[in-house]
Design a protein around this ligand. Structure first.
Ligand code: GLY
Ligand code: MN
Ligand code: MN
Length: 437
């Protein structure tokens, strides 16, 4: 089970403190536990910003990072040790572990948050917090700020409020070697899962059987689990972009679209493959598949320093549109189809998004000038063109109706090109059919 070491988080905090202005503080809550029904909860997952800075994996915790000459810049508020509760819900780190294992300079139990945060904020000039992003816990911060401002040291307290999420996004956007190692491990497990699914699917099986196989593969190999709900779509279900019902039986001749990725210590993998349930592609499936594949390979090759996500998308749109005209799916010229956006009927989503701790990761897509942001080393994006032909679309030659195809890889931009992290997962027709030969 691959995991970042405490020294990675320590180095991150040092980098963040370096970038913060003197007199500032960064305040981060983790996610709340969320009720699923009555007294059962959804599995807990720390908030990405909080986990990025702390590596702390328990709920009801807060981190404060302070830059004002203090010899204790890093404070954690955590759940207390509680032998009785721990019998039910497992060992807690407690303040002692927060200091000893997680490197906090001081730690308090969360119950003390209200009282202590005021003290911590009194002499802070700039406060970074995710205002508007934490409806469950923001009232606590407002209360404390209110008290600080009304207090005896009236007039003190932060005069400038900054968005912690936007601040952290710029750091999270560029992956370090440690992060890339986790993402490679995610790719490895996602490879195992997709290959097992392509090998084992048969007509008559239900989508959830393949979903179970995929998620079993993630978990049994040490992943936290899935990075987002797995999409396993038989035939025309692939035309529903976020199809997660996964309860239909595969028919002979169907394509199977799987969009699923493992999560490793908080880092997402995001991969789609489309393969034939019977083991071989039919001629119309081949034609459409090879078109999507050609656009995908072109786009992966174009994912280099200086390129833009918008530019890559525009090239994909051109290739897919020309291909659809050649196959009789669209009419007119490429320029017309792009001008009138008629291609959007069959390719309605974007080609790429940032990938990292969140599947749709943080980072601005445009510069303040309004221009598209150029890619640079350490950024990871997905390349995921697709074509989705509705089953009842009478404008399209019959043999293509009901086909949904997407091919998605995760690509790391490097100094001199890129590394396709998920390249080993079969995607040519030859390699996919060979899995069943
Ligand atoms: N799996 C979600 C996406 O591809 O964006
Ligand atoms: Mn995906
Ligand atoms: Mn994606």
């Amino acid at each position: 089970m691959l995991k970042l070491t405490p020294s990675v988080f320590e180095a991150r905090r040092a980098t963040l403190l370096d970038a913060m202005p003197d007199g500032s503080a960064l305040l981060l809550p983790t996610n709340p536990e969320r009720t699923r029904s009555n007294d059962t909860e959804y599995p807990f997952r720390p908030s990405s910003d909080f986990y990025y800075v702390t590596g702390y994996d328990e709920p009801e915790a807060w981190a404060v990072l302070k830059k004002n000459g203090t010899d204790k810049p890093y404070t954690l508020f955590v759940l207390p040790k509680d032998p009785e509760r721990e019998v039910w819900t497992g060992i807690r780190h407690g303040p002692e572990g927060a200091v000893g294992t997680f490197g906090a300079d001081q730690a308090f139990v969360t119950e003390e948050f209200d009282a202590k945060l005021g003290e911590l904020l009194e002499d802070v000039t700039d406060l970074y917090f995710g205002f508007g992003r934490h409806p469950e816990v923001e009232p606590k911060v407002q209360e404390v700020l209110n008290r600080v401002r009304k207090g005896r040291k009236s007039g003190l307290g932060p005069a400038t409020l900054r968005d912690s999420h936007d601040f952290l996004a710029e750091f999270r956007l560029r992956k370090t070697d440690d992060e890339v190692a986790l993402m490679r491990e995610g790719a490895r497990l996602t490879h195992l899962a997709h290959v097992a699914a392509m090998e084992q699917v048969r007509p008559g099986m239900r989508e959830y059987e393949i979903q179970a196989l995929i998620e079993y593969t993630f978990r049994r190999n040490g992943a936290w689990g899935w990075a987002y709900q797995s999409i396993v779509a038989a035939g025309a279900n692939a035309c529903i972009l976020h199809y997660v019902k996964n309860d239909v039986a595969f028919a002979d001749g169907d394509l199977m679209l799987i969009d699923a990725g493992a999560e490793i210590d908080g880092y997402a993998t995001d991969v789609t493959r489309t393969s034939p349930v019977s083991g071989t592609f039919t001629p119309p499936q081949r034609d459409l598949y090879n078109l999507v594949l050609a656009s995908q390979i072109e786009a992966v090759d174009a994912t280099v320093t200086g390129a833009t996500i918008d530019g890559i998308h525009e090239s994909v749109v051109k290739t897919l549109t020309q291909g659809m005209i050649d196959l009789g799916i669209l009419t007119g010229s490429v320029d017309e189809a792009i001008e009138t956006e008629s291609f959007k009927k069959y390719y309605m989503h974007r080609t790429s998004h940032w990938l990292g701790m969140d599947v749709h990761d943080v980072g601005r897509y445009t510069l303040t000038s309004g221009d598209a942001r150029p890619l640079g080393p350490g950024m990871v994006i997905t390349i995921e063109p697709g074509l989705y032909i509705p089953p009842n679309d009478e404008d399209v030659p019959e043999q293509f109706r009901g086909l949904g195809i997407r091919i998605e890889d995760d690509v790391l931009v490097t100094e001199d090109g890129n590394e396709n992290l998920t390249a080993s997962i079969p995607k040519t027709i030859e390699d996919i059919e060979a899995l069943r030969a």
